[in-house]
Design a protein around this ligand. Structure first.
Ligand SMILES: [Zn+2]
Length: 271
């Protein structure tokens, strides 16, 4: 499942082909992904010029000169294909640029989404309205976490996955950041010390930035025809490493289930 770093890398990759380009042709090849495509999607985007791309949480944003932004989510299996040799049955949306590049949104499981949102109304769009600050932005600070977590008895792991606390942090990067900061995932959020939160914030930013950098280094491949945007592999310290030795102390990494999802951590290093 694409997490924030993959979405960021995807947006940067798409920008190479889309930023400043006119959309010469827009085609939907079925009616829906997770929900129907906006009925006016093709009409609004055809002939529009892309004025910029950005990311909010795990959504990619393609801004246009028609005061509308196309907002996409990759769901479980979505990715963009660049100049595919031929279109397949999972290529559900196709954008052709004025420079004759073909960008296809491929989503076999169709858990993704595409929406058109007025550009000046993005902040109040329902999925964005209640979101917490971007983890890589200036809004995520130890003081902010101290304030929003005060008195909360839920586990810190679960609070960090709550999009209202921090936007777009997924399971992998929460596990990795808690390990790096030496914080137990089961500790009550309100009981995490100021000193620990001061370690946590840079840990969150670092694990994400490193993953984006790793993805960026594979971006070169996307310059080739038939490249794909959306996924890359990276080595993690605790994620999916149950029973393997901790990279710091050698104790076996444990796996527990919190909120229906796995958490991996080192009981020796995380207090
Ligand atoms: Zn350890």
């Amino acid at each position: 499942m694409p997490e924030l770093p993959e979405v960021e890398t995807t947006v940067r990759g798409l920008a190479r082909y889309l930023d400043g380009e006119r959309l010469a042709r827009v085609e939907t090849r079925r009616g829906d992904l997770r929900r129907p495509f906006p009925p006016d999607l093709v009409q609004v985007l055809t002939g529009a010029t892309v004025t910029g791309l950005s990311r909010r949480a795990k959504y990619g944003l393609i801004h246009t000169d028609r005061s509308q932004t196309m907002v996409f989510h990759l769901g479980m299996s979505g990715r963009w294909r660049i100049d595919p040799d031929e279109l397949g049955k999972h290529d559900h949306l196709v954008l052709e640029t004025g420079s004759s590049h073909l960008l296809a949104l491929c989503d076999p499981r169709r858990f993704g989404s595409v929406d058109l949102v007025p550009t000046d109304g993005l902040d109040s769009w329902a999925p964005f309205a209640a979101m917490g600050p971007e983890p890589l932005g200036p809004g995520l600070t130890a003081a902010y976490l101290k304030e929003v977590l005060a008195g909360r008895s839920a586990a810190i792991k679960l609070m960090l996955l709550d999009q209202r606390i921090v936007a777009g942090l997924g399971n992998i990067y929460v596990c990795e950041a808690l390990f790096r900061a030496g914080i137990s995932p089961v500790r009550a959020a309100g009981k995490v010390s100021a000193a620990a939160l001061a370690r946590l914030v840079p840990a969150i930013k670092a694990v994400l930035a490193e993953a984006i950098e790793a993805g960026g280094s594979t971006l070169r491949d996307y310059a080739q025809p038939d490249g794909e945007l959306g996924y890359f592999s990276k080595q993690f310290d605790v994620y999916d490493r149950e029973g393997q030795p901790c990279v710091r102390c050698g104790a076996p990494i444990r796996r527990i289930v919190q909120g229906g999802r796995s958490t991996w951590y080192c009981a020796g290093c995380q207090k």
